[in-house]
Design a protein. Structure first.
Length: 124
């Protein structure tokens, strides 16, 4: 009877089966991060920060930090991430951007992996 009730609820509310968020546990250089990817609203929650994300068929790209290198310098440090939708690989890129010269230099790039978390049903 319990199984019948669960099936009935799932048929009544199909959105439960197709949740639009994915909970990921990611590791870069032995440091772990929890990321929640919200496909419906095109957002990513990185630690406790919610940021806009760009979704493509193969990747989810987002920027979690931007700050000016030195006050008035016109050079910005940007930390961005790209998560592969194919193999859940993650790439962390730290860049120096000079908008006045339309120039971007990559300072560091680290790779890692993500696993789907167990708490949220997924559609990624």
């Amino acid at each position: 009877m319990k199984k019948f009730f669960i099936i009935f609820i799932l048929l009544l509310y199909p959105e439960i089966i197709q949740a639009k968020t994915t909970n990921l546990d990611c590791k870069i250089k032995e440091k772990s991060y929890s990321i929640i990817v919200d496909d419906e609203n095109k957002k990513v929650t990185w630690i406790d920060k919610i940021v806009d994300a760009k979704f493509s068929a193969t990747n989810v790209n987002f920027i979690v930090h931007t700050e000016e290198y030195k006050a008035g310098s016109g050079i910005y440090i940007v930390i961005s991430y790209s998560i592969s939708r194919e193999n859940l690989g993650i790439v962390q890129t730290i860049s120096m951007i000079t908008p006045s010269l339309d120039k971007t230099d990559t300072v560091a790039e680290e790779t890692g992996t993500c696993e789907i978390g167990k708490e949220i049903e997924t559609k990624f």
